[in-house]
Write a protein that binds this ligand. Sequence first.
Ligand code: URA
Length: 444
Amino acid sequence: MQPQDLIRKKRDGQTLDSAEITAFVHGIVEGSVSQGQIGAFTMAVYLNGMNAAERIALTLAMRDSGNVLDWSAMPIDPSRIVDKHSSGGVGDEKITLLVVPLAAACGVYVPNLSGWGLDYCGGEIDMLDSVPGYNGAPPPETFMRAVADTGGAIIGPTPDLAPADAKIFKVRDVTATVESVALITGSIMSKKLASAPRGLVITVGSGSGAYMATADDARKLAQSMSEVAAGAGVASVMLLTDLDAVLGTAVGAAVEMVETVDFLTGRHGDARVTDLVLSVTAEMIVLAGLADNVGAARHFAEKRLADGTAAEHFARMISALGGPADFVARPTHHLKSAAIMRPVFADEAGFAARMNAKEIGLTLVALGGGRKRPEDPIDHAVGLTDFCQIGDQLSDDKPICMIHARDEAEWERAAARVRAAVDVAAAPPAPLPPIVIDRIERRP
Ligand code: URA
């Protein structure tokens, strides 16, 4: 079948079979399918959707467009390989940096392929790239060795693993076809399945800081990914999360690395971050067969966090991929800091009642700490710290946050945006819902 015949079929609302989808994805990778044909295909899928069988076929074809990691030569129990992912939100990506070492400290092996930030959401690899020497794109053997030796490693996209995704994403980005459940499912799941996990825990957030704007959209994506995981023979748990506020207290690459170290070493433990980290880790421990239920698994993870084992694993992971051996002991010694660091105060005293977290993410982009286009460079040093939480009392002594900027003019512009993004009320607001709203579990 010619690419145009397959596009016509999808355009006209028909169902594609697995062989057709596989041939099309193969053509994308080898170059016989043009950019225009990729764009027409993604628009046809955007408009007409894909059923579960089509989504599974698309994801598996994208996964198989590159290597799938083979763990058989590594001295590890493959049934304990469990990965995690987040669909994205403001302050949400650092959860990966916390969960990977904590799950590793509990006996799970976590080969984590993460991404760079785009638009208002940050990226794990930007945070890790702020650490001098850290190699977020090592050869597959180095990555696998780091996982076997330290229990987990976090790297960025590589040309070896699911290369079809980068080619399709580039076209989706400029053809208004990013927001398709079928295409997001294929994109996320092909990368996750390329590291051959036995289980997957994925958080899908909704709210002002999330990639998925509504809880309904988040649930549709979670359902779709859980069907595809089962279709690929992988057990999964999807956690639906509330991301209607900045998650944690820092937003920005280097400042979130500091927040990560502070959390793992017990210096700081925001309640919602703690709850989410323990919830995700507990699900991973159960999927790895290391506990019978999430209650027992959570208790185990709490102990490993409190006794410093998770921090130790994080230190080893950083140095296994080229970072400084003493990073956890002295993070600020190794990270760049911004020229200007000053608090921004609310115009009037009161309670932080609501925040537009997306606007906070865009403030980071404007400071130079995020990107509008995938190829944009970013400044790792800028960001926001000590961010207030919903219900906090703000006053002349208690700022909304600290702004880390390159110069006065950028600080002033960021301060105006932050003030506008946080609503202050005279009375305390209703508390936020729990961070984990719902859970979808599916076994193959
Ligand atoms: N994250 C991805 O990796 N892909 C998408 O399409 C959307 C979010």
